[in-house]
Design a protein around this ligand. Structure first.
Ligand code: 9UX
Length: 95
């Protein structure tokens, strides 16, 4: 299954003009299998200061792609903590 789920948050899309200095990064997350997983990860990451958009490309049984838009580059440890707080894990290969 391969499905993009956006939970009403602002889409981190290139089509939208970004604020000065804004950053979009993509991370890989393992273990996500449903919309509730998507919600948990989205909510945890959204709580990081400076984050204004989270978009999840759910790939069940594979590495899901999580796109994060933020005002400035995020501390990688904060992102990892948020993913783990939600109950999932960063993929070894973030690309
Ligand atoms: Mo998604 Mo439910 O992993 O445990 S199936 S939240």
């Amino acid at each position: 299954m391969n499905e993009r789920i956006d939970l009403g948050l602002r889409e981190a899309a290139a089509s939208t003009p970004l604020p000065e200095g804004a950053v979009i990064q993509e991370i890989g997350v393992t273990g996500m299998t449903c919309a509730h997983c998507v919600r948990s990860v989205t909510e945890e990451i959204s709580e990081i200061a400076g984050v204004h958009g989270v978009s999840v490309d759910l790939r069940v049984g594979e590495v899901s792609r999580v796109t994060i838009a933020s005002d400035s580059p995020l501390d990688a440890a904060l992102v990892r903590d948020a993913v783990e707080e939600a109950g999932y894990a960063l993929a070894a290969d973030p690309s």
